[in-house]
Design a protein around this ligand. Structure first.
Ligand code: HEM
Length: 82
């Protein structure tokens, strides 16, 4: 994650739909998940609840995400840091 751009949470919050791109944060990193929302095993409506903000509150509720497999998927979409 060296040399990735740094964003504010206010900037992340602007990215909540495909035309503006869909961004989320996790553990201090920023991800553009626009191309993943249709692939989400838990459905599009669920993943979009996190659009523009942090994944942590949702993943605290859905423990299925506590796996290396999920974190590997997420890393493919990294675009910056907070
Ligand atoms: C399941 C990835 C965000 C709700 C899954 C699975 C993956 C995944 C890989 C399947 C896990 C397995 O069966 O081993 C992701 C990624 C996310 C994300 C990469 C963010 C970029 C969310 C959010 C919510 C959510 C924000 C809820 C608001 C669920 C639910 C399932 C699930 C309910 C279980 C589906 C089922 O087995 O019936 N997710 N997820 N996910 N996800 Fe997510």
């Amino acid at each position: 994650s060296h040399f990735l751009p740094q964003y504010t949470r206010a900037e992340v919050k602007k990215h909540t739909n495909p035309s503006d791109r869909i961004w989320v944060t996790y553990a201090g990193e920023v991800f553009d998940i626009t191309d993943f929302v249709d692939l989400h095993p838990g459905g599009k409506s669920k993943i979009l609840l996190a659009a523009g903000g942090a994944l942590e509150p949702f993943w605290a509720l859905y423990g299925v995400h506590k796996s290396d497999h999920v974190l590997e998927i997420l890393q493919e979409y990294k675009v910056g840091v907070i």
